[in-house]
Design a protein around this ligand. Structure first.
Ligand SMILES: C[S@@+](CC[C@H](N)C(=O)[O-])C[C@H]1O[C@@H](n2cnc3c(N)ncnc32)[C@H](O)[C@@H]1O
Length: 405
């Protein structure tokens, strides 16, 4: 039935007169693929990719069909020997269980939309994301007023790289659940809209209020997060064993970087927009001061030349043009002071809002921003920051220095 099996299987003339009534198996999930349907068999845990003709057959089999009649009807559309080829596809569909005897189909309890959604979740957890997408797609079409189903579909469509499906799903979700700031931000990217200069405060606060409880477990255990380690290593090699430094951490989160920064710090101050993340950082007991604050506002109000080192580990991924942070940060740095940060690497020029709702930055942009803010580039190197859906997230590890006047 799949394209790779396009060659006609052996069949007998009598089959051309086979009046068996057949129907689509009600326990299979269906979603459109690139050239035809994707069908997920939840029993056999198998994904089928149908070609255009097989897809038409499967679509028509949403109701009872006589096998010979169907072969003749679809066959006439397929061209020479079409009926025979269709019969071959029908037989293959029956063998694979995608099509079944109509009486049997009626006797079966159809898999409910909620069961398909629950399969989707299990498959996603097990890493079978395309199968999960197909099951979630099938479920969501039957539950169009359920915001959570559209949300789950949006996420899965994003994971499997189906941008248009992700956009549509999130648009449906937001029409049912208006005001979700995280999805509003993602939709700007998916609609190729003009990005805001940084992720809105509402978006950050919503995201990290939800994420804070499982942030460390998810980042460190599941996603192999290494940004604090690679950034502190890059900073330490520039700091050359200096101690007792006044350090400021922008977007300190739960304080994952603190243990790497603390040995060289005389004082360590952390600021973050999320009270829930700060509450976790507080428990670590590694900061001298912690504040719930927005980075650019805090920097603008801070005393000039108060810090030797400023660190932003995986935080500037929420900012577009980095000058908006580097300019006020340079003001609060002492002469020869360093600012170290990580961002997600953009291989084109400039910076972009990505479909994740975060921003990626190129080394060109970092050099330009350093130049406009009067900072000297000490280090820009690539490193794996973590993994996302099994893929490496490559970042840039940056250290800039404020020169003496
Ligand atoms: C990916 S987390 C990184 C946390 C921590 N630095 C780490 O490495 O684990 C990003 C953090 O930046 C904070 N953040 C993002 N935008 C911010 C802003 N404009 N002002 C203050 N904090 C912000 C978030 O609240 C979040 O805690």
């Amino acid at each position: 039935l799949a394209e790779r099996d396009g060659a006609a299987a052996p069949f007998f003339f009598s089959e051309m007169n086979d009046s068996t009534t057949i129907r689509r198996n009600p326990n299979m999930a269906l979603a459109p693929g690139e050239d035809g349907y994707l069908v997920y068999d939840i029993k056999a845990q198998k994904l089928h990719r149908l070609n255009a003709t097989a897809s038409l057959i499967v679509e028509l089999c949403g109701q009872d069909r006589r096998k010979d009649q169907l072969a003749a009807d679809v066959g006439s559309l397929v061209g020479t020997d079409g009926a025979m080829a269709c019969l071959s596809w029908l037989n293959r569909g029956l063998k694979e269980g995608i099509l079944i005897d109509a009486a049997e189909a009626r006797a079966r309890t159809p898999t409910s939309a909620l069961e398909f959604a629950s399969f989707a979740q299990t498959l996603r957890e097990e890493g079978y994301v395309l199968g999960a997408f197909v099951c979630q797609y099938h479920a969501t079409l039957q539950l169009p007023s359920e915001a959570d189903e559209w949300y789950a579909l949006g996420e899965l469509a994003h994971i499997v790289g189906r941008r248009e499906d992700a956009r549509h799903a999130y648009e449906q979700y937001i029409s049912l659940e208006p005001g979700d700031a995280e999805i509003e931000q993602i939709l700007i990217a998916l609609r190729d809209g003009t990005p805001p200069s940084r992720a809105p405060d509402r978006c950050i606060q919503q995201l990290y209020a939800r994420f804070s409880e499982f942030y460390e477990e998810n980042m460190c255990r599941d996603l192999g997060y290494q940004a604090p380690q690679v950034l502190s290593a890059a900073l330490n090699s520039e700091l050359r064993c200096k101690k007792n430094l006044e350090m400021l951490e922008l977007g300190c989160g739960t304080g994952l970087a603190a243990m790497h920064l603390r040995p060289a710090a005389g004082t360590l101050t952390g600021i973050d927009l999320s009270p829930e993340m700060i509450a976790h950082a507080q428990k670590k007991g590694l900061y001298d001061a912690l504040e719930v604050a927005e980075i650019t506002l805090w920097l603008e109000k801070a005393e000039p030349s108060g810090f030797d080192v400023i660190v932003a580990c995986d935080t500037l991924i929420y900012f577009g043009d980095l000058s908006q942070v580097l300019l006020p940060a340079a003001r609060v740095l002492r002469e020869h002071g360093m600012i170290g940060f990580t961002v997600e690497r953009d291989i084109s020029r400039g910076f972009h809002l990505t479909d994740s709702g975060r921003y990626s930055h190129s080394s060109d942009h970092i050099r330009d921003a350093a130049l406009t803010t009067g900072l000297v580039v000490k280090n820009i190197s690539s490193a794996i920051l973590r993994y996302e859906y099994g893929e490496e997230v490559v970042g840039l590890v940056v250290v800039l220095q404020k020169p003496a006047k």
